[in-house]
Structure formats: structure tokens, C-alpha cells
Design a binder for this molecule. Structure first.
Ligand SMILES: *Cc1c(COP(=O)(O)O)cnc(C)c1O
Length: 390
């Protein structure tokens, strides 16, 4: 089955005697046993819940994995992956990772004597040079957020496996609709399902998906043993959101492409970040491993003040952290979602302070472009701002 069919035709509720077409919400903590020594499929909702099980089955299928685990947030999912490591182990990560991931790696894992090093490159060779004797996990996003750097997943998987390490790909930016890292050699896929998978900005959720049976067993032990599981109602909302992932993303990335093109031709915009605008080498890698460009567009105006003015003048883009929802939104990543990046890492990463990140929704593209046109005009018409932009 193709993905558009898989998204809609998931089993609503396997074995349900009423044959419900939509997955019911099993809002229950425990399940009665047949007898003192007779156990059924479910006993306690931390260990397993039918609503969550349908979601996990669907996530595994969408990412071409064998098993998936739903967590209370994207960061809970990531934290579970890091629990595979032991004191003394090292993580290599691409430098432009999500701010919260950076905080988890740099501030929290340090207490367990797990170290992290950030790699500026994007190819297998760049990471091969960075490998150390204790490197156990390589963690990447591609395209990265917010600078849209493209990392070669297959090339990196080859190098990682030569070193007996694990490759974990945070696939939040493109979702399983546009990219499937497990088919390119990654060992683990994580998602902040809060973003595109949910799509309606009404759930905080995360997921881990794997192929290998031993990894799956280890992750189940961690999920059940630490307990950061996704609740039944949130699992239901996520199942509902996933059904429209394809139509939403097609529309969102169509709008995003038009906006990227509009911004590229605008005199008040210094630089636009969108996969199709990357230089040939990066875009070539992107096209080999992904089926689309996604719906996040970033741009620079030349000064933090101009960017602030543009962001505040927009009417159809509420200022919010996060991305991937049906409704467009805007943020200043340097000041918002990435403020949790430790200063020394931030300066190494050279995140432009004037960077504006748009998450493009399903609205009419003409309306969105008209709004951007007006906001850029407002910013340009303020003389002292124009001076500081120079
Ligand atoms: C938002 C995000 C996370 C964290 O997910 P939460 O659901 O907010 O905990 C992790 N990775 C990426 C790429 C994200 O955008």
C-alpha cells in the first residue's frame, strides 16, 4: 500500500466486537484479569493500552519499522533513546539540533557521565573524522531546524555501522510522509509528534520507531520501566491527526514553496532557507533521501530589529514556538525555541540573530503572501530600522 492509503486505512480497533471504524479511547488505568493467574493482553495502561497500541502499530508501519513506542512528548522519546547509553559513552550530534535536544544532551546527560560532541559537517566523512573510541550514538536531524542543513542519512549510516554505533534520526521536520530514515539505514527514528504528525497544535507527544528486535525490546523496557507513556486520549487525538497528514503536508509545502520563492525575490530579505534553494550538492542529497521540501521556511532580514518588526507586523502568522500545525505561525528561533541552547554551543553554531522562521499552514497562499508583503513594507518604512539594517 502507498502511504496515502496507509494513513487512512489503519485498523480502527482490531478485535472490537462492535467493529468501531474509529479507534475508541480506552480511558482506563487497569484491566480486569480472568483469574489470579490468568493474564490477558492488557493489564495496566503504562505497560500497554489498546488505543496507544493502535497508534504505535500505525507509526511503525508509516516509518517502515517493526515496532513503535509512543511517549508523552518528543523530548521524553529522545530521553528514552539516550537511556540505551551507559556512563562513559559519547553522542555525536549534528550541530544545528533542536534547542531542547541540546539542553537534554548538554545539561542533563552530563550528570550521567554521557558526553556529547557537535559536528559541523553533514557527510559521512565529516562524522567519520569526529568518531571517538566511546562514540555509541550519532544523532541527527535533516533538514536541520532552523538552518535547513541536509545530512546524508545513507552515507552516515554506513560510517556509523562501521564503528558499531547506532544512528538515530529525528524525523520531525519532514514526517514519515516525506522521509523514512529506517529505509536509508538509520537504526532509530524519533519524532516530536507534536508537530506535523498531530498537525492541529493540540497534543504534546513523541515517538520512537525501530526495526531491530533487540532494540525494540530494550526500548520497551525503558518505556514501561520509566513510564513516560502517551495517554489514551492524546493517542486518540494523534491517530485522528495522522489521517490527514498527507493532504495537510501537500498543501502546506505547496504554500511554503510559493512563499520561499516570493521571499527570494524580495529586496527586504537578505537570505532565504528552504531545501529547494540549497546549493546543488546538499539539494542533491536531499532529493535522494526525501520526497519533498516540507513546510518550514526561514529567512534573514539583515537586522534583529527589522526581523522583530516583521514578525510583529504579521497578522496571519501568530508568534509561537513550534511548527507543523494547520495554521501558519512565525518565530525568532534565536530568541525563542533555541534559547535553551547553551551559549558556547550557540556561538559555535552561528545561528543568525535576525533569523525568522515561518511554519506554513494550509491557508490560501495569496493571503499569506499579501500578509508578508505588508509586514516587510511596515519594517522597511521605519527609518531607524532601515539604518540599522545596513
Ligand atoms: C519540538 C521538537 C522536539 C521536542 O518535542 P516535544 O514534543 O516538544 O517534546 C524534538 N525535536 C524536534 C526537531 C522538534 O522540533
Amino acid at each position: 500500500m502507498k502511504i496515502d492509503t496507509k494513513l487512512v486505512q489503519s485498523a480502527g480497533c482490531p478485535g472490537d466486537r462492535h467493529r468501531a471504524i474509529t479507534t475508541p479511547i480506552y480511558q482506563t488505568a487497569t484491566f480486569e484479569q480472568e483469574g489470579a493467574l490468568e493474564f490477558s493482553e492488557y493489564d495496566y495502561s503504562r505497560s500497554g493500552n489498546p488505543t496507544r497500541a493502535v497508534l504505535e502499530q500505525q507509526l511503525a508501519e508509516l516509518e517502515h519499522g517493526t515496532r513503535a513506542f509512543a511517549f508523552a512528548s518528543g523530548l521524553a522519546a529522545l530521553a528514552a533513546v539516550t537511556r540505551l547509553l551507559r556512563p562513559g559513552d559519547e553522542i555525536l550530534a549534528v550541530d544545528d539540533v533542536y534547542g531542547g535536544t541540546c539542553r537534554l544532551f548538554s545539561k542533563i546527560l552530563k550528570r550521567s557521565e554521557i558526553s556529547v560532541r557537535y559536528v559541523q559537517g553533514t557527510t559521512g566523512e565529516d562524522f567519520a573524522r569526529a568518531f571517538g573510541p566511546r562514540t555509541r550514538l550519532v544523532h541527527i536531524e535533516t533538514p536541520t531546524n532552523p538552518l535547513l542543513k541536509v545530512v546524508d542519512i545513507a552515507g552516515l549510516a554506513h560510517v556509523v555501522h562501521q564503528h558499531n554505533a547506532l544512528l538515530c534520526v529525528d524525523n520531525t521536520m519532514l514526517s514519515p510522509y516525506l522521509q523514512n530514515p529506517l529505509t536509508l539505514g538509520a537504526d532509530i527514528v524519533v519524532h516530536s509528534a507534536t508537530k506535523f504528525l498531530c498537525g492541529h497544535s493540540d497534543v504534546i507527544a513523541g515517538a520512537v520507531i525501530v526495526r531491530d528486535a533487540q532494540l525494540a525490546e530494550d526500548l520497551y523496557l525503558i518505556q514501561n520501566g520509566e513510564g513516560a507513556v502517551l495517554g489514551p486520549f492524546d493517542s486518540y487525538l494523534l491517530l485522528r491527526g495522522i489521517k490527514t497528514l498527507g493532504v495537510r503536508l501537500e498543501r502546506q509545502q505547496g504554500n511554503a514553496a510559493q512563499i520561499a520563492q516570493f521571499l527570494s525575490g524580495h529586496s527586504g530579505v537578505k537570505r532565504v532557507y528552504y531545501p529547494s534553494l540549497l546549493e546543488n550538492k546538499s539539494f542533491g542529497i536531499h532529493v535522494r533521501q526525501a520526497r519533498g521540501n516540507g513546510a518550514v521556511v526561514s529567512f534573514e532580514t539583515g537586522s534583529i530589529e527589522t526581523s522583530r518588526q516583521v514578525v510583529e507586523a504579521l497578522k496571519l502568522f501568530p508568534i509561537t514556538v513550534s511548527f507543523g500545525g494547520l495554521q501558519s505561525s512565525v518565530s525568532l528561533p534565536g530568541r525563542m525555541s533555541h534559547a535553551s541552547v547553551p551559549p558556547q554551543v550557540a556561538s559555535q553554531r552561528q545561528l543568525p540573530v535576525d533569523l525568522v522562521r515561518l511554519s506554513v499552514g494550509i491557508e490560501d497562499a495569496d493571503d499569506l503572501i499579501a500578509d508578508l508583503t505588508e509586514a516587510l513594507e511596515v519594517a522597511e518604512s521605519v527609518p531607524e530600522l532601515r539604518a540599522s539594517a545596513g
